[in-house]
Design a protein around this ligand. Sequence first.
Ligand SMILES: CC(C)(COP(=O)(O)OP(=O)(O)OC[C@H]1O[C@@H](n2cnc3c(N)ncnc32)[C@H](O)[C@@H]1OP(=O)(O)O)[C@@H](O)C(=O)NCCC(=O)NCCS
Length: 391
Amino acid sequence: MTPKFEYSQVVNQEGIQRLGNILEQCFLMSPGESEIFFNRLGLENFRIIRQGEQIAGGLATISMGQWWGGQRVPMTGIAAVGIAPEYRGSGAALAMMQHVVKELYAKGVPISALYPATQRLYRKAGYEQGGFSCIWEVPTESILVKEKPLPVCDVPGTHEIFHQLYQHQAKLNNGLLDRHQGLWQRISRPDENEAVYAYLIGCADQPQGYIIFSQHQNQDGSSIRLRDWTVLTTAAAQTLWSFIANHRSQIKYVRWRGSGNDSLTLLLPEQTAKQKSAMRWMLRVINVSTALEKRGYSQGIQAELHLEVQDDLVAENNGRFILSVANGRGEVTSGGKGEMKLDIRGLAPLYTGLFTPQQLQLAGQLDATETAMSAATQIFAGGSPWMADFF
Ligand SMILES: CC(C)(COP(=O)(O)OP(=O)(O)OC[C@H]1O[C@@H](n2cnc3c(N)ncnc32)[C@H](O)[C@@H]1OP(=O)(O)O)[C@@H](O)C(=O)NCCC(=O)NCCS
């Protein structure tokens, strides 16, 4: 760990001001905009890196949950990693990331996730690609779904029912968040000069989904941006599409955030939905044992995987572990034969199922016996991991 930097919470008004200025400059915010950010995420969740008395940069930790195999795993999201330009290139960001990983371990957090502007920095702190977050776009004229099995009702503001419906969807999708309050606020509270519309699919009597969106105009034409959506039934998915298609006289296209193989697109008559971007967020296994024990697994699987993990940052993650999976849960004990050798980074895409063990072996991320490969393939098989939020 680089000794010349010190890591701490933000302590005084002067520190808040300086961190605010750094983050505003780093992320092209307007002057004063960092205050909204601080309020939304809570000032106590920000950390700074100092060189002597001087603040060189900071980041935000967002404590939430992430769904894996139908279980909620406590997860800390890392956001707003920013270093003042005059301190860049001297290891400040890496030192800060190493400190935060150690802090999360000490607090008992099993996993952490983030959106990287550069992978190289975060890989050095043990993060690796974990799942997708894709922006999809489809011209409203090409939706052509006419079935509208459910009524759609206008619901002003965020409603508790949205949280409940979302939670049902999240539980069934690997990687979705149990959102922090600040993320919910961002969905429902509009930016300046923006209106947010919220509709319950199936209305209050038989809610089966919802859609929250804003409307935009730019050089490509007018569009609807889904700020959030949930569909729990086929009827809700059909209704969502026909509802959006009915905007086609004024709205040219719709954009939404979905998985790499978004099943909403399967309801469309032609392949007119395109991925505008396909980002991969990164995951760090902070605590090998608790990360493997807290997640869920397929009910029918009974298997044992002997791991040998190497982690240069968290000493306790090093060594051999046996993961025994039965009845949808995993139990971890130390020891075993170490039949699958991997670095802590390689464990991330294995854990999330972003890549199969074969793919990871080919990419040089793990080395394993045939027995271990077959066990890992069964244990970590699942839907393509994704996330509906950006932070
Ligand atoms: C990205 C940022 C945080 C890096 O800060 P930094 O203090 O210069 O980073 P470090 O000196 O600790 O670099 C650690 C490693 O990451 C690499 N790295 C840092 N920034 C990089 C970049 N933009 N592209 C590629 N690699 C980068 C460094 O080369 C170094 O690896 P090395 O030792 O092998 O050379 C800083 O440039 C910044 O604040 N940028 C603006 C805001 C931003 O984009 N934040 C990231 C949000 S996810």
